[in-house]
Design a protein around this ligand. Structure first.
Ligand code: CAA
Length: 261
């Protein structure tokens, strides 16, 4: 088994469940070989389409979230082949999901592992996590977003330093640089990530999806286009039952019961 999936909740709760995906290739520190990534995408898509699930958590082991793309697989490749199959382009499917994904990163998140974490919507780091883009040591460069998403998260100087030296940064440094939103004790990291998943899953699934879409659009478009997109999404939410329910519940001083419609 390369990927384990689990609902740490009662899946009958409508949309209130959390789908936990654990990368499981311990012998290679979760190096992302093609088979592992295929399983991962399959698991992510299954949860994204599952009405019972409101949020997804991806984690690895305490030693490694993922130590990068699989070097033994890559070492045999030639230009024509990687170019023709557009190597790593399919990894971006992770970013096409409508439900939020939390990366709970313990241990090494290197190369493709760091890039996978950055494709997620919220990054939580275990206290012993280490982030890095060591591709330069292999005579290549990051190929799944390490030169593009990293700079947006940590700014040019730190991104350049990481990409050019291949040096790793600690969980605390990642936190200080804005790459992760929290550093959590390694032992309770996954539980805390799942708890955060439940907090998100109990909101309106419509609002959560649109919030994710709007925040992610900010990385792609100008400020005025982004603000316009945000406003249109905001307007659209007035067509949902959840907006009626959320606002009525507030005024009636009770907990809202969202139906994700
Ligand atoms: N690919 C394939 N196998 C890997 C791997 C990888 N990325 N990372 C680790 N492994 C394997 C090792 O070969 C080793 O296997 P064997 O026991 O069969 O020899 C096993 O995992 C354990 O690794 P180590 O013995 O090296 O463990 P360590 O604790 O001494 O070191 C490490 C850990 C610092 C993470 C080290 O394994 C390492 O540097 N790994 C490579 C990291 C890397 O360069 N990642 C970038 C890959 S390129 C990429 O990701 C491209 C992209 O942009 C998508």
């Amino acid at each position: 088994i390369l990927v384990e999936t689990r609902f740490p909740s009662d899946p009958s709760a409508k949309g209130g469940g959390v789908g936990l995906i654990t990368l499981h290739r311990p012998k290679a520190l979760n190096a992302l070989c093609d088979a592992l990534f295929d399983d991962l995408i399959h698991a992510v898509m299954a949860f994204d389409h599952d009405e019972d699930i409101g949020c997804i958590v991806i984690t690895g082991s305490t030693k490694a979230f993922a130590a990068g793309a699989d070097i033994s697989e890559m070492s045999k490749q030639e230009f024509a082949n990687v170019y023709k199959k557009n190597m790593f382009s399919q990894w971006a499917d992770i970013t096409k999901t409508s439900k939020p994904i939390i990366a709970a990163v313990n241990g090494f998140a290197l190369g493709g592992g760091c890039e996978l974490a950055m494709m997620c919507d919220i990054l939580l780091a275990g206290s012993k996590a280490q982030f890095g883009q060591p591709e330069i040591n292999l005579g290549v460069i990051p190929g799944a977003g390490g030169t593009q998403r990293l700079i947006r998260a940590v700014g040019k100087s730190k991104a350049m330093e990481m990409v050019l030296t291949g040096n790793r940064i600690s969980a605390q440094e990642a936190m200080d640089a804005g790459l992760v939103s929290k550093v959590i004790d390694s032992e309770i990291l996954v539980d805390e990530a799942v708890k955060m998943g439940f907090t998100i899953a109990e909101k309106s699934g419509m609002a959560v999806r649109m919030a994710k879409e709007a925040v992610n659009v900010a990385e792609e478009v100008s400020l005025s286009e982004g603000l316009r997109f945000e406003r249109r999404m905001f307007h659209a939410l007035f067509a949902t039952k959840d907006q009626k329910e959320g606002m009525s519940a507030f005024l009636e001083k009770r907990k809202p019961e969202f139906t994700n419609e």
